[in-house]
Design a protein around this ligand. Structure first.
Ligand code: B16
Ligand code: MG
Length: 216
């Protein structure tokens, strides 16, 4: 059976969550809201628009459509300035080795991310050429936990969903992968990501033999 591998971006390939956090935090200041790291957990894997809605709920602020559009642009501009100097040193441990091993075995690889900035980030860290298919926030109508992002990626790879393996760090992403009938490898807290088939505390713990067992 041909296999396909699908990777989430933020929290799996690179840790851009810290940059999203800074950008949301400075926006929250305008709303007199003290945005914490704990609040930021709820934003992982969640679209930009939905993240702003969550922030407005937290700050108990009723914004006009115009304000929302202004803040979405402001947040993204700030985020883009924060990631402008990203490079290969920000790739999470073991990820380049996994991608290299898959490529050597001609296993097709896709990105399945909620981010609209996924392609420039992959370019900056030098991983773009590993990916046969990119599905990101620009391509999908329904955000995770809807399975659309991963089903579109599987289609692009030409691999049946049940033969796809998804690497995810967010609760919504794990739910999306399981709704797509895919094998899900989670990175993070097993108590939170318990719906995944396998869970590792960090990417550094994923061994080459484990990756081989997913291919076999
Ligand atoms: P952008 P992922 C997600 O990436 C992030 O986890 C989430 O925090 C962010 O709001 C979302 O992308 C949208 O990102 O503002 O760049 O379009 O984890 O799905 O790779
Ligand atoms: Mg993620």
């Amino acid at each position: 059976m041909p296999k396909g591998f699908i990777f989430d971006l933020d929290g799996v390939i690179v840790d851009t969550a810290k940059y999203h956090f800074k950008a949301w935090q400075s926006l929250a200041k305008n709303l007199q809201y003290n945005f914490t790291e704990q609040d930021n957990e709820q934003f992982k894997g969640v679209s930009r628009v939905r993240s702003l809605e969550l922030l407005l709920e937290m700050a108990q602020y009723k914004a006009t459509q115009e304000e929302k559009e202004h803040w979405l642009t402001e947040k993204n501009d700030h985020y883009l300035s924060l990631i402008s100097n990203m490079n290969a040193s920000e790739i999470l441990p073991g990820i380049t080795e996994i991608l290299t091993a898959l490529k050597a075995q001609k296993i097709p690889i896709a990105l399945g991310s909620a981010s609209k900035n996924a392609k420039p980030i992959l370019k900056k860290v030098g991983l773009l050429s590993y990916f046969d298919v990119l599905v990101d926030g620009n391509e999908v109508a329904k955000a995770k936990p809807d399975p659309e992002v991963f089903l579109t990626a599987a289609k692009g790879l030409g691999v049946a969903p049940e033969n796809c393996v998804v690497f995810e760090d967010a609760l919504a992403g794990v739910a999306a992968a399981k709704a797509a009938q895919m094998v899900c490898v989670a990175i993070g807290d097993p108590a939170i990501l318990f719906k995944a088939d396998h869970c590792f505390a960090s990417t550094a713990e994923i061994t080459p033999s484990f990756v081989q067992s997913l291919i076999a």
